[in-house]
Design a protein around this ligand. Structure first.
Ligand code: ADP
Length: 498
């Protein structure tokens, strides 16, 4: 694609806990990489700062080199810290490695260090690096609670030192993660925690009366950022209506925007990714049939006849509609379909439940439950599937439905958040030109069954229409090319010129 360069380039530094593919747990990692690439292609300068987690594979970083060694404050000490530069999928990264136990462990999250404190350290260490190197981007773009202390540190500390140019954008990817932080923990990054225990700073009005100790890094970041973005227009409305921090968002409504995430069409491209046994595109989907057979054979599923194959690729947490995923497994098994679940449960109890289901089903020829994280396999599943199921209870944006569509898998989703902004029902006569999937509203099992049955009916009884839907969803543009300009408008609305 030929993308026109913006005439007035910005320098944006993302400060984030995740980046795909080197340190990805969920959608946050995808969004940072996709948005960064879209802005780079438009001629902006973009860097991504993230912790140098021990689990990051150094081979996945090109041109990795030590950039600077400096010290950053934490809990009464100055911690020696290395900053490395490199390229990940052609995007410049700066990796922050403290010489202590922070960010050690096999996974991005869940190491044996104190996670909140490690991210408080990281938030300050990024500003400290900008300060010692004299790096003054136009925009510092922070994400989620992990980097929520950065706007406080910037406006109450570093802009009184030598940083003055940057303005701050916060993206909220999921309101569930509130970033609870005690005053004494905030002290550790050098701020006076007691100063933030007010409603107009870092305390939610729901907790002020009974627990002034309980600060919220996300609330602080909402108050202290120049602009706040969440990841879909429908989720923006949902967050204003109810839940934690709704009143903070209402108070800050003027600077609060809903911008739909896109997908990175370089990483998610069925016409070119190396993980697939056959590549394909909307004009010729033959390769998709090869992928389906390869997947069925590889996993020992039946592959004779024309059987609808549904995949569900998801973190296995309550938000994702666990009871509905379980219901889909049994319903699809009984109604002549096949289903593959690819997911990991951070909660041991949920993991055991799904292990039991895997033991029950994985020896048969219709259901596979794969309890692991695998980027490669996810590409295979999106490509080999006929349908992708996302039955979330709530979903700020959701990427699986967009990736699924790009790979020619028709989405079946619950109508919530970003799913409601991107998937429109085939049987909704009011806007047939938008129709691209199957949508249900209730959180009950019958609502899901209804949508599955309708999808199976189309697949089995209307094969020509089905082929047309597949082709249609592959051509829908859910890329960052479409939505990155809205972020650039936000950046431009707050940048200052010196
Ligand atoms: P969330 O951010 O809540 O996890 P999203 O739909 O925004 O949900 O993004 C999920 C991303 O993580 C998608 O790219 C999806 O393919 C990927 N993903 C989730 N679970 C797995 C897994 N077990 N293996 C590989 N990829 C996964």
């Amino acid at each position: 694609v030929n993308i026109e360069k913006d005439s007035d380039p910005l320098h944006v530094i993302h400060v984030t806990a995740e980046m795909a593919p080197i340190a990805k747990v969920g959608g946050l990692g995808d969004v940072v990489t996709g948005l960064a690439r879209a802005c780079l292609l438009r001629g902006h300068k973009v860097d991504i700062m993230l912790p140098f987690y021990e689990c990051i594979q150094k081979d996945d970083i090109q041109e990795l080199s030590l950039l600077s060694t400096y010290s950053s404050y934490f809990d009464g000490n100055w911690i020696q810290t290395n900053a490395y530069s490199g390229l990940v999928s052609d995007i410049p990264v700066i990796l922050i490695e403290p010489m202590n136990q922070f960010f050690k462990g096999e996974d991005v999250y869940g190491g044996s260090y104190n996670e909140l404190e490690a991210y408080l350290f990281f938030s300050r260490a990024c500003l400290e690096w900008m300060q010692v190197t004299g790096t003054q981007p136009d925009i510092i773009h922070v994400h989620e609670w992990q980097t929520g202390a950065l706007p406080l540190l910037y406006w109450d500390m570093y802009c009184h030192l030598s940083l003055h140019k940057p303005r701050i954008v916060l993206t909220i990817h999921n309101m569930e993660h509130y970033g609870e932080c005690r005053q004494e923990q905030l002290n550790k990054c050098g701020l006076d925690g007691s100063l933030y225990a007010t409603i107009d700073k870092a305390i939610d009005d729901r907790t002020i009366g009974h627990n002034p100790e309980r600060l919220s890094l996300l609330k602080g970041a909402i108050v202290y950022s120049n602009s706040v973005v969440t990841v879909s227009p429908t989720y923006l409305q949902e967050t204003l209506c109810s839940g934690w921090l709704a009143s903070a968002l209402i108070t800050n409504r003027d600077k609060y925007h809903g911008i739909l995430n896109g997908i990175d069409t370089v990483m998610w491209n069925p016409a070119s990714v190396a993980f697939l046994p056959a590549n394909y595109h909307a004009q010729n989907t033959d390769g998709k049939k090869v992928c389906k057979q390869y997947l069925q054979r590889g996993l020992g599923l039946a592959f004779e006849g024309r059987v609808p194959l549904v995949v569900c690729i998801s973190r296995l947490v309550a938000q994702k509609g666990l009871h509905l995923i379980k219901h889909a497994i049994s319903h699809i098994g009984k109604h002549g379909g096949q289903m593959i679940v690819l997911g990991k449960a951070p909660d041991g109890r949920v993991q055991s439940e799904f292990e039991a289901l895997a033991n029950l089903h994985n020896k048969g020829s219709t259901i596979r439950i794969l309890l692991m994280y695998s980027e490669e396999l996810s590409h295979m599943l999106y490509a080999g599937a006929d349908m992708v199921l996302i039955p979330s209870i709530y979903e700020p944006c959701g990427l699986a439905q967009m990736i699924g569509m790009r790979y020619g898998s028709v989405p079946i989703v619950r109508k919530t958040g970003g799913l409601a902004d991107t998937v429109f029902d085939m049987d909704d006569q009011s806007q047939p030109e938008m129709a691209n999937g199957f949508v249900f509203e209730g959180t009950d099992e019958a609502s899901l069954s209804g949508a599955l049955d309708r999808a199976f009916f189309y697949y089995k009884e209307k094969p020509i229409e089905w082929a047309n839907i597949v082709q249609k969803v592959m051509q829908i543009d859910n890329s960052w090319n479409k939505t990155a300009s809205k972020y650039i408008d936000v950046y431009n609305s707050i940048r200052v010129r010196w």
